[in-house]
Design a protein around this ligand. Structure first.
Ligand SMILES: [Zn+2]
Length: 211
């Protein structure tokens, strides 16, 4: 098989998503930009916890299928991934998942990026909400496009979440962090509400970490 290392990296990220409950059944999809500019991605209709190297399709940036096992074409949500790669040359990995807490916020049409912890202010300061889009249509890539190049994560209204980054690992870490932020936000609300970092503390973080 071509690109064995990259195939293994996608399988491992799929397994982590599945084991952590960030996707269930055959939900979610993962992709990676390859050194030759083509995109390796997860196939349609398969659990991300049970993938094998040969079942990962490869497509060009315009969506042309370059390789696919029979019955294992790319997910219809690949359009969303391709839009990220097209609009952000620095993006080399994209993760789409349905993490339960983040998805609950997305269903409410509400985000959860209040500055409450130094780590999130530095690593994921903004998680915008992309408006509802009918699955598999061009509405989905159109809904996320405004955020590509300005942040590395967004919620998909009534759907789930999307993260991207300079590597697949970075996109995966952003997905974990995003779900953690959603979980902590929900818990703080049960305890009486969020408590934000003061403007002064945020300024100090920006001085030190240059965000
Ligand atoms: Zn989805």
């Amino acid at each position: 098989m071509d690109f064995p290392k990259e195939r293994q990296a996608i399988i491992e990220v799929g397994q982590r998503l599945y084991d952590r409950g960030l996707v269930v059944a055959n939900d979610g999809n993962v992709s990676m930009r390859l050194p030759d500019g083509s995109i390796l991605c997860t196939p349609t209709g398969v659990s991300k916890g049970g993938m094998t190297p040969e079942m990962l399709p490869r497509v060009s940036l315009d969506g042309t299928v370059l390789y696919a096992m029979e019955g294992k074409g790319p997910s219809s949500e690949i359009k969303m991934h391709l839009r990220v790669y097209e609009r952000d040359q620095s993006a080399n990995g994209v993760v789409h998942a349905h993490p339960p807490y983040a998805t609950a916020f997305a269903i409410r049409g509400e985000t959860f990026d209040a500055p409450m912890m130094p780590e999130t202010v530095v690593a994921l300061p903004s998680i915008p909400l992309a408006g509802y889009a009918t699955p598999s249509t061009h509405e989905v890539p159109d809904s996320i496009e405004p955020f590509v190049g300005t942040t590395s994560a967004c919620l998909l209204e009534h759907h789930g979440a999307l993260t991207w980054g300079p590597s697949l690992e970075q996109a995966m870490l952003s997905m974990e962090r995003l779900e953690y932020m959603a979980t902590v936000t929900a818990i703080t609300r049960q305890l009486g509400g969020e408590r934000r970092l003061s403007d002064e503390r945020i300024m100090r973080l920006k001085e030190i970490f240059g965000t």
